[in-house]
Ligand binder design. Sequence first.
Ligand SMILES: Nc1ncnc2c1ncn2[C@@H]1O[C@H](COP(=O)(O)OP(=O)(O)OP(=O)(O)O)[C@@H](O)[C@H]1O
Length: 271
Amino acid sequence: MTLTASSLGRDAGGRAILDGIDLTVAPGERLGIVGPNGSGKSTLLRLLAGIARPSRGEVRLGGVPLQRLTRRDIARRLAFVEQQAETADRLTVRDAVELGRTPHLSALRPFGEADTRVVNAALERVDMASFAGRLWHTLSGGERQRTHLARALAQEPAILLLDEPTNHLDIRHQVALLALVRRLPVTAVMALHDLNHASAYCDRVLVLRGGRIAGLGAPAEVLTPATIRAVFGVEVTVHTDPGDGTRSLLVKGHIPFGETPEMTHVTGAAR
Ligand SMILES: Nc1ncnc2c1ncn2[C@@H]1O[C@H](COP(=O)(O)OP(=O)(O)OP(=O)(O)O)[C@@H](O)[C@H]1O
């Protein structure tokens, strides 16, 4: 299912916090959104999820404008794991994940065995099966994050939107989550702070700067030392593993705050 944004913009606090976003996410694609703090990553994800309303432009899901779809219609196709998402304290992990089935249920289609199987599989996939009976407020930050992802997987969406999904996760669970998202038969759009994760696990990367697209393309095309210097104010060198060709960015230093990075040419044309 294709997700598109045309001339998308959002105003807040008397200014445009996002503007001129034209984007088509192809079915099955993994798109990473990167950018400095406050560049508009969460705002873009919230607009794509239909949680926030655009001030300009529109989002289409499978060709249909989001405002023509009900929340339930959207939730059957698209799941969103927000940053700092909360859940009621009295819920168990299983209860929280079962909520992911809600868009598929009705009076004529109550929760059944097939739903239990989907919930069990989602818990297994994020390594939370042994926590199923635990109350929400007893979970660590990483365990909560993995439960949120399990809830989204239980929705069986065609499109998964993730806002900093590796937050709070230890390194093994970070890699396991990104590898899982890469394996799943879904379209994934995820805001990531780690540029090496964006490089290794995404087909394309969208770079935001001040609410606008500063680059969009394949990781090697967009995440270059020049772009990273201009957008993030950080000096990096690129290393390529001679064995498997994996490209990694090594941080060498940063431009002090107060000194604006040069607005050098930013690669990767917006498509
Ligand atoms: N209601 C609001 N009023 C004023 N400014 C707002 C409002 N909501 C968001 N902003 C501003 O919009 C900008 C974009 O915010 P957003 O949360 O999308 O950034 P982000 O790229 O996700 O940041 P981070 O990396 O810190 O999570 C920020 O400068 C933020 O302060």
